[in-house]
Design a protein around this ligand. Sequence first.
Ligand code: NAD
Length: 266
Amino acid sequence: MQLMEGKNGVIMGIANDRSIAWGIAKSLAQEGAKMIFSYQSEAFLKRIKPLADSIGVVDLIECDASSDESIRSLFTKTNAKLGKIDFVVHAIAYSAKEELTGPYLNTSRANFLNTMDISCYSFTAMCKFSADYLSDNASLLTLTYIGAERVMPHYNVMGIAKAALDASIKYLAVDFGKRNIRVNGLSAGPVKTIASSGIDDFRYILKWNQYNAPLKRNTTLDDIGGCALFLLSDLSSGVTGEIVHVDSGYHVVGMKATDAPDISVV
Ligand code: NAD
């Protein structure tokens, strides 16, 4: 018996084969999950269609995370195709690249609100509009980052949005708990993706992690996929309101200022 056999779900946030959501989808497919992928806009469809076909995804549905109507329609259509929904993965974030550099102090009101909307509120909206269609032991998962808990160079407003997202996980876990539905966050170590490439000096963060993390390497999509499989399957039946770190650099303190002259190697 495969871990996800008989389970139906939605994966939100695949942009290409480097996306964290793609790593998760592959792990779930290997264990027999039936899935629908949502994509942000027509421009993404060409790249994710071959990925979806390679693992037998049931359908691809456009969904703009900044629109309640679009999120509502995603779950109505998913329910019509798959019936009850057993899991949803939210791997969506956005902030203007120009504000993912330099001091947080320079954040504009407009980008603060937009970052919060897409990177934080959309998870709450996803929970709200999927609620009627969720099965009674469903598992909901979002992606977060250590920059919510500690200051990371240039992460800026995204760190504030992730901190609010981390708090939402706990409130949503309580709201859904009486239905035995679980809500968790996976805090991934740095991975080179389209989203992370927008963060200034991201290569430094990757390098720092590689040299200083206990495992002396960076987090892979397979590492994240395996942990997501645990959180979305019945193996984690008693785990909710948690943020699980798949970040081998998490326990090491001492990120240098980004203008430091060299990389410290321990
Ligand atoms: P990615 O660029 O592959 O994925 C980001 C996704 O967000 C894309 O698919 C994009 O289409 C989607 N998106 C943005 N705005 C949207 C909108 N308005 N409507 C619908 N979709 C929208 O990058 P990723 O690194 O795989 O990011 C996935 C998640 O993982 C994000 O929440 C990110 O913050 C988180 N995360 C990433 C890292 C990392 O180092 N890459 C580490 C920890 C957490």
